[in-house]
Design a protein around this ligand. Sequence first.
Ligand SMILES: C[S@@+](CC[C@H](N)C(=O)[O-])C[C@H]1O[C@@H](n2cnc3c(N)ncnc32)[C@H](O)[C@@H]1O
Length: 182
Amino acid sequence: MIIVKTIIDLSHDLIKENITKQDVVLDLTVGNGNDTLFLVKIAKFVYGFDIQTAAINQAKLKLVNYDNYRLINTSHEYFLDYINKDFKAAIFNLGYLPGGNKLITTMAGSTLLTLKLVLENIKVTGICVLVVYPGHYEGKRESQALLNYSAKLDQLKYQVIKYEFINQINNPPYLLAIRRLQ
Ligand SMILES: C[S@@+](CC[C@H](N)C(=O)[O-])C[C@H]1O[C@@H](n2cnc3c(N)ncnc32)[C@H](O)[C@@H]1O
């Protein structure tokens, strides 16, 4: 059977291929908890971050059958205050909460700062995936900042891949995947 995959499915595939049940992972934008739910099933432990209390509460409802996670109601650039530096994968699903306040969205400055901390601290061979939404104002700024930054990463230290649906209209979301090599 052929399964047509969304950009989110592709981001999940990349994480799944790169971790085992022994690994700790980070969900840096918990939102409604769909990514967190996917991660708790395949990882040893998930740390999730979101600035919206409503999002954290919504996500907890999805996670009632699991206990291998901690959700933290703070901005993701503070993630190192809450974890040991032994994580193997991280996911950012950027932008605003679907169905929520569109003004509460990830911002280029804090996303970039957090990404840098993730890449400095993730385990060697670990992977960070970002689903990027350039179709709205803040998202476009964020997308440009992420592309500028990641395209200049030292190729001996990081491998950067961009996956995009090049025939879709209206600035569709795309995926950045960054693997730490050394
Ligand atoms: C597209 S939604 C995430 C979707 C989610 N991963 C899911 O599976 O439902 C983006 C989320 O990022 C959160 N967010 C925005 N800025 C943030 C920040 N600085 N730190 C952590 N979360 C942030 C928003 O509150 C929103 O819930």
